[in-house]
Structure formats: structure tokens, C-alpha cells
Design a protein around this ligand. Structure first.
Ligand SMILES: Cc1cc2nc3c(=O)[nH]c(=O)nc-3n(C[C@H](O)[C@H](O)[C@H](O)COP(=O)(O)O)c2cc1C
Ligand SMILES: O=C(O)C(=O)c1ccccc1
Length: 386
């Protein structure tokens, strides 16, 4: 189904009395999800670091850009496809790694359900290290859609090697190494309630199913032992010196997530990384920084088409996707919006959200006269505050 057809299906369905059960706008989506999520997940998913100024800045930054409408440009047919690591994706959207996805679903299998929505829409899932089901079970549900695995590099190098080897063997097609979260950020909403899901032994299936981790805990560990072993190994602060070792663990493409400075992007590519992921973790890690979108232009310039650039942090609509592409991202990932859609509507709800993002992105490109990604260059966008 072409993305525009989904819109027609929705309008015609409504004429026939079939109204979609799921919200279309982000504000509605968030408030509806808040009503169904258990309290400890509300603050964990919706919250961020400090007074959440950076988290708000991520969203507000998109308001400073405007897509320039161009007419008479034969945009009745669009092609939103993207080539990445030898695969053709039908749209530039991805699902960012979200560590509590599993428990966003009432049946605790949210990672598998996200994989099912990925299979249905062609939107790739970047599976988090922090899953409620083993990574093998999750990738098995992605159908023909590629999936990537996000690594939180543990202190135990054998465990890191084992997780990467398992991901490669199971069929993930790239490894995303997250750099900005070897320690949790200062999150007042969760601190005030002593709430951190992993400390309650949630979302640790990739550890408990791992032979190296099992050796660390000993046989049949109680939940307390699992949690304390996890706390002891979770976050290795990766440095440049670790990159050759990480590179040696796999032949898969490696991306580094959390890159916001052009020098970091350039050096990572020089040292053998295959893709750059510009993100500030949705403002969950360090408050007091600017929006991720404000860092994107310099990162894109530094990468200079040597490798794909993935972007996330603050994407809330198809218009935001178009803007991130015009600023220079190759792929645009959703975070909180898709976790809320999954919580609210399971696989159908998440499928609806992903299709809605695809349809809105596609329609803006149609109406504004940018039929392909290649047409959507720097001339397609203006800063409105300068
Ligand atoms: C609840 C939650 C859990 C997350 N867990 C992870 C994770 O396990 N690994 C990771 O690299 N990023 C994680 N992130 C960050 C996302 O990948 C992404 O950078 C962020 O959600 C983008 O911001 P946005 O959701 O405001 O658009 C998480 C984000 C949220 C909201
Ligand atoms: O909550 C997060 O954003 C996240 O990815 C995380 C996971 C483990 C420890 C700290 C943060």
C-alpha cells in the first residue's frame, strides 16, 4: 500500500462509519497513553533529566524551521525510499531503541509486538539491549524488515562480545552503540519515586538469557542477584580506545548513537564506524544542552555523505520528519510517540502510528513539491528566527 492510500482508507472508512480507535496528534496520544500506563512507566517514559528544558527544546526546535512550498513540480508520484547498508527501506522512518518497550505492553511482550508492527509497515526496529524477551525472539518477528541491535556496552567484555555475537547470529543487520548512557541521567520524576524499572528486575531478558551473564550470576539466581549483577556490569564508559575492540567484535555495520559534535562524527568515521546517530537521548540524559536538531547541521556537514546519518529526539509529526530530512538526516527515528502508541493500542495501534507518520511525511512532500528525498535539500527549508 502506498502511503497516500492509507489516508484514503482512513477517510473512506470514516464515511462508512469506521472511525480509527487511535489518536492522530501527539498531545492526544500522550495523554491517552498516560491514562493506560502504570504510574511507574508514566514518569519513566514521559520524563527526562532536570527540569526537562532540553527535552522541551528538542520539540521546540522544529518550530524554528519552515518547509518552503514549491508548486508545479510534478510531485503526484513520490519515492521516499532510502538505501542503507545494502537494503532499500520504503520510508526513512525507524523505531529508536526504547528499553522499556517490553513492559509498555500489558502482556510484557512489547518488544515482540514492535517487531510485528515493523514487519507490517517496513519501518525497522532498533532493538534495545534492555528487552523483556530475548533478542532472538524479537528479531524472529520482524519478517522481511531489517532490524538493528542497540548495544549498551557492559563492563564485562566477554558479555559485550556475547551480546554482539548473538545479535549477528540472530539476524540483526547493524549494531548501534549508545555512548551517552553508561550512567543514568539526573531524572527528578523517577528519583522522587525511587523508580527505575531495571532495578526491579524488568527488561533484563537479554542478560538472563546470555551464557556469559549466567556464569556471572551462577545457576538459578534470585531477582536480587540478577539486578546486582546487572548494576555491576551495565555501563562501560566507552572511549576512543575501545572502538577498535568494538569494531573487532563484528562484521556488521556499526553506528554510534549520541553524537552531537562534528569533530566526534568525523573522528568516529575515521576510526572505522559505519554510521552516525545524532541524538541527545530525548533529553533524558544531560539537561542544559541545546536541542538535538540544533546540532544536526554541523554533524551532517562533518559526515559529508561518507556514511548514513540517523537522527532522533523530539520528532512528533510527519512535518518534523520532513524537516529533519531537509536539514540532512538520512533516517529519522521515533522514540516516545511509538512507545505510547504501543501502550495504547498494541500492534494495531503502533501500526497505525507508523503508517500515519509515513502518510503525513509523504503528503507534505506531495503538497510542497518535493517528490523524492533528493529534492529535499537545504533549499527546501528556512530558519524562521534569523
Ligand atoms: C522510555 C525510553 C527508553 C529508552 N531506552 C533507550 C535504550 O534502551 N537505548 C537507547 O539507545 N536509547 C534509549 N532511549 C532513547 C531513544 O532511543 C531516543 O533517543 C529518544 O527517545 C528520542 O527522543 P524522543 O522520544 O523525545 O523523540 C529511550 C527513550 C525512552 C523514552
Ligand atoms: O531510560 C533510558 O533512556 C535508558 O536508555 C537507560 C537505560 C539504562 C540505564 C539508564 C538509562
Amino acid at each position: 500500500m502506498a502511503f497516500g492510500d492509507y489516508q484514503i482508507e482512513l477517510y473512506l472508512g470514516a464515511l462508512g462509519g469506521v472511525l480509527p480507535a487511535h489518536p492522530f496528534g501527539y498531545a492526544e496520544l500522550e495523554s491517552a497513553a498516560m491514562a493506560v500506563l502504570p504510574p511507574e512507566l508514566r514518569t519513566y517514559v514521559a520524563g527526562g533529566s532536570g527540569d526537562e528544558a532540553t527535552q522541551r527544546a528538542n520539540v521546540e526546535a522544529f518550530g524554528r524551521y519552515a518547509v518552503v512550498p514549491r508548486m508545479l513540480r510534478a510531485s503526484a508520484e513520490r519515492d521516499l525510499s532510502v538505501e542503507v547498508f545494502g537494503r532499500t527501506l520504503s520510508s526513512p522512518l525507524m523505531m529508536a531503541p526504547v528499553g522499556v518497550l517490553g513492559i509498555c505492553s500489558p502482556d510484557q511482550h512489547g518488544d515482540v509486538h514492535a517487531a510485528e508492527a515493523s514487519a507490517a509497515t517496513g519501518v525497522p526496529l532498533i532493538g534495545s539491549t534492555l528487552m523483556s524477551d530475548p533478542l532472538e525472539d524479537v528479531v524472529a518477528a520482524t519478517g522481511d524488515t531489517p532490524a538493528w541491535f542497540q548495544l549498551y556496552t557492559p563492563k564485562n567484555r566477554d558479555l559485550a562480545a556475547s551480546l554482539v555475537r548473538r545479535a549477528e547470529q540472530a539476524g540483526y543487520e547493524a549494531i548501534v552503540i549508545t555512548l551517552d548512557t553508561w550512567v543514568p541521567g539526573w531524572r527528578p520524576r523517577d528519583l522522587a519515586s525511587g523508580n527505575f524499572p531495571q532495578l526491579r528486575a524488568k527488561c533484563l531478558a537479554n542478560y538472563t538469557s546470555d551464557p556469559v551473564f549466567q556464569e556471572m550470576t551462577g545457576p538459578d539466581p534470585d531477582p536480587g542477584t540478577v539486578v546486582m549483577t546487572w548494576v555491576g556490569t551495565f555501563g562501560h564508559p566507552v572511549t576512543w580506545e575501545d572502538l577498535p575492540w568494538l569494531r573487532s567484535l563484528t562484521d556488521l555495520p556499526i553506528l554510534v548513537k549520541g553524537i552531537c559534535h562534528p569533530d566526534d562524527a568525523r573522528r568516529a568515521l575515521d576510526e572505522g564506524v559505519d554510521g552516525i546517530y545524532c541524538s541527545n537521548h530525548g533529553g533524558r540524559q544531560a539537561n542544559g544542552g541545546g536541542s538535538a536538531l540544533d546540532w544536526l547541521p554541523d554533524v551532517v556537514a562533518a559526515v559529508d555523505h561518507r556514511a548514513p546519518v540517523v537522527f532522533d529526539s523530539g520528532v512528533r509529526s510527519g512535518a518534523d520528519v520532513v524537516k529533519a530530512l531537509a536539514v540532512g538526516a538520512d533516517l529519522v527515528a521515533l522514540g516516545r510517540p511509538y512507545a505510547f502508541a504501543l501502550a495504547l493500542g498494541g500492534v494495531p495501534g503502533l501500526t497505525h502510528l507508523l503508517r500515519s507518520f509515513q502518510a503525513e511525511t509523504d503528503l507534505i512532500m506531495a503538497v510542497d513539491g518535493y517528490p523524492t528525498r533528493a529534492d529535499l535539500g537545504p533549499d527546501a527549508i528556512r530558519r524562521t528566527d534569523r
